[in-house]
Design a protein around this ligand. Structure first.
Ligand code: ADP
Ligand code: MG
Length: 692
């Protein structure tokens, strides 16, 4: 007898899949049957209503049904080939154009009946689609899905649209009885949500527009509900472990604050208050500290660390890059030298003999503060008395070990995560509302906002003139390129080539250095410290300097090919200047031709220095899939919901989940158990993280 298949069955065992296709599917995140059913269409073609070519309206989206008249390719400018297919119906002719996709002309042959959807453009006074979605009409496809909305899925190589659609169709039928509901019935009734089985059916093969919209609503709600419940469970999970209970701030913290050449800003003081309060509750702190670039987060971290150290515990500060770890090490050393605290820096390029020495004394509890990179997560690193782990600009979670010698086996160290990449407010408030979050919403006094401008190719010389003048006056500059070396056939300037040109050309009077990711760690550190000491005037670099580098004397940031960077990255780069009392500039050097969408993004970036505004805009532009900052914070992300578009539903849902958790904090009742199980299996990794 055949083994019964269920939703957790590997797709490889589905009829017509097999190991090779299964491997391709896994690139789409599809491993089991459930994944396949949750692989939603990116759009639907409305087969029931094709527009006659003669009635197409420029700039609107339309679907056309016609016959392939001609199909051919030619080589275009640069290295890309151009594929051109003309399609005719009774009243007109439409051109469809693709770039660099030679297989299209093999697929679309004269005489075929096809359906194409795209945005109508005008080219040589004829309607044109560029990179349209298309569907060849065969008798089977017409039979299988005619007269309805047809799903169009995200694909990968080896997986065809038609094949995937057929597979999904059959799988839905075959597993229909296995699809069970997990959202609590009360919530479904309250919002009149479709049940899971119907919603899946309507998501893939909707009867009509209305049922598709309802199905989408259900999955949006489901997604938000799961994330809200996850955050709620995590939070109550925290309250079950004990943390390290600390007392009032002591002598060290006070002495450091008194010895500073400046006063803490009120935002820094407020945030520090949050942190110290957390650590005195006896529960483990897990706080996210957001503060724009230059707002002084490092000092807050150091004060928090001292607070822990002065009560006999150890602390770590982990930075994402070598450059940054060393920089933290140096600036912290200056501050704590008079306090008699032992600190070491540990990175990937620490020589092994020294590493052994450091790990040994850390293991004995002799080191109070250990600063470093991910090297801190190594198996040989043990901090028996770890009381606080600070993670600066974190990009992934990890577990810092306490080892067996820990005097506090049962308690969890406090964790402080810092980031200059804000989670958009609309997200953090409504979605992650329960996250402990502190905000440094004020820059140290005397800072002047960075002036940002767009430099057209013709203005490059005069911009260089300005930069040279500033450098002659003793200021420093960064010049950033998106790549280390040039790639043949691509028109992108690179740090290495431009370094050669600039250091022998316009910048020949100055000390110019090159910094990028392929330079050895210790050399990188040396270049950075010479730059910090003012021995280097101009640093030509890639984004290795993106995060956290702090040299107050550098007042100019030149960014080449800004279109190649996301808003978050641009913001980080610009944050490297404007860190002192001098006026600073950020020059965005434009190419001759920049795509309109990129141009708009760059212009928007130039119009504001506000990290939160940029984050909101990023969210609006890129949608929910890859929200700026969210991944970095290790928070779950969205695939169907769009927190801005769905703000109303988010609000309702968070209220629902709050009530649900108030009544049943562990979701352990009979009614909620299926929901809880689903959350745990969907966010396995996150559960492991929070346990660590
Ligand atoms: P970020 O928040 O980007 O990590 P940093 O911690 O690197 O910012 O701080 C930026 C600079 O501001 C550092 O040189 C730091 O010494 C300085 N700084 C921090 N707090 C203050 C303050 N209250 N007043 C003046 N300067 C400050
Ligand atoms: Mg920093």
């Amino acid at each position: 007898m055949q083994k019964k298949l269920d939703l957790s069955t590997n797709v490889q065992f589905l009829h017509g899949v097999g190991p090779v296709r299964a491997r391709s599917l896994s690139r789409l995140g599809i491993n089991c049957v459930d994944d396949l059913l949750m692989h939603f269409p990116r759009t639907w073609l409305d087969r029931s209503s094709a527009t006659p070519i003669s009635e197409l309206v420029v700039d609107s989206n339309a679907t056309v049904c016609g016959e392939v008249l001609t199909s051919g390719g030619r080589s275009g400018r640069g290295r890309k080939s151009i594929q051109s297919v003309t399609i005719g119906d009774r009243g007109g002719v439409l051109t469809c154009t693709w770039f660099g996709q030679p297989y299209i002309t093999k697929q679309l042959q004269t005489g075929m009946k096809i359906l194409v959807s795209g945005k109508v453009q005008l080219h040589n006074s004829r309607p044109q689609f560029v990179h349209p979605d298309f569907e060849v009409l065969t008798s089977e496809s017409t039979k299988l899905h005619s007269g309805r909305l047809v799903p169009v899925y995200p694909l990968t190589s080896g997986i065809g649209q038609h094949w995937l659609r057929g597979l999904t169709y059959r799988t839905l039928e075959q597993f229909s009885n296995e699809i069970t509901e997990f959202l609590p019935g009360s919530l479904l009734r309250k919002h009149k949500l479709q049940n899971r089985r119907a919603a899946l059916q309507n998501m893939h093969f909707p009867e009509d527009e209305a049922s598709r919209t309802e199905a989408q609503k259900r999955f949006i709600y489901e997604e938000i509900a799961m994330i809200q419940a996850l955050m709620g469970l995590r939070k109550s999970g925290h309250t079950t472990n004990s943390g390290i209970k600390l007392h009032k701030p002591g002598d060290l913290t006070t002495r450091l604050v008194n010895g500073l050449p400046f006063q803490l800003t009120s935002a820094q003081r407020k945030v520090l208050g949050d942190i110290l309060r957390d650590m005195r509750t006896g529960l483990p702190m897990h706080r996210l500290l957001q503060g724009d670039v230059g707002s002084g987060k490092t000092l807050v971290a150091l004060l928090a660390a001292l607070f822990v150290i002065e009560q006999g515990w150890q602390a770590t500060i982990m930075a994402p890059t070598e450059v940054l770890a060393r920089q933290h090490g140096e600036s912290i050393l200056k501050l704590i030298e008079p306090l008699g605290i032992s600190m070491e820096v540990l990175t990937g390029s620490t020589p092994s003999a020294q590493r052994r020495k450091i790990t040994a004394s850390a293991g004995n509890g002799e080191i109070d503060l250990l600063v470093g990179t991910h090297a801190l997560l190594g198996d040989d690193v043990c901090l028996p008395n770890l009381g606080l782990a600070v993670v600066d600009e974190q990009h992934r979670f990890g577990v810092i070990q306490r080892g067996n010698a820990s005097k506090v086996e049962s308690s969890t160290p406090h964790v402080l995560v810092m980031s200059a990449t804000p989670i958009p407010r609309s997200l953090s408030l409504t979605l992650y509302g329960d996250l402990d979050l502190s905000l440094i919403d004020e820059l140290p006094p005397g800072r002047k906002p960075v002036q940002t401008d767009l430099i057209q190719p013709a203005q490059l010389d005069s911009m260089h003139g300005l930069v040279c003048n500033r450098v002659k006056n003793g200021q420093q500059a960064y010049v950033i390129y998106p790549v280390i070396e040039e790639t043949e056939g691509q028109d992108i300037k690179s740090a290495t080539e431009e370094f050669e040109k600039l250091s022998q050309g316009v910048f020949s009077d100055f000390n110019v250095a090159l910094l990028h990711g392929r330079i050895k760690g210790s050399d990188k550190a040396e270049i950075m410290s010479r730059f910090a000491a003012g021995e280097i005037d101009i640093l030509i670099a890639t984004t290795v300097i993106e995060v956290g580098v702090d040299v107050a004397n550098s007042t100019t940031m030149v960014i080449h090919h800004p279109e190649r960077f996301g808003l978050a990255q641009l913001h980080q780069l610009r944050g490297r200047v404007g860190r002192g009392e001098l006026q600073s500039w950020c020059h965005l050097v434009l190419d001759k031709w920049v795509a309109p969408e990129s141009f708009e993004r760059i212009r928007f970036f130039a119009s504001t220095n506000d990290g939160f505004k940029l984050a909101e805009e990023d969210l609006r532009r890129r949608g929910p899939g890859d929200i700026m900052g969210v991944r970095q914070h290790g928070l779950p992300t969205f695939s169907v919901a769009n927190p801005i578009r769905d703000a109303e539903l988010v609000k309702l849902c968070s209220q629902d989940i709050k009530e649900l958790l108030d009544a049943d904090p562990r979701l352990s009742s009979e009614y909620n158990r299926a929901f809880k199980n689903r959350i745990e299996s969907s966010f396995k990794q996150l559960f492991i993280h929070s346990a660590g």
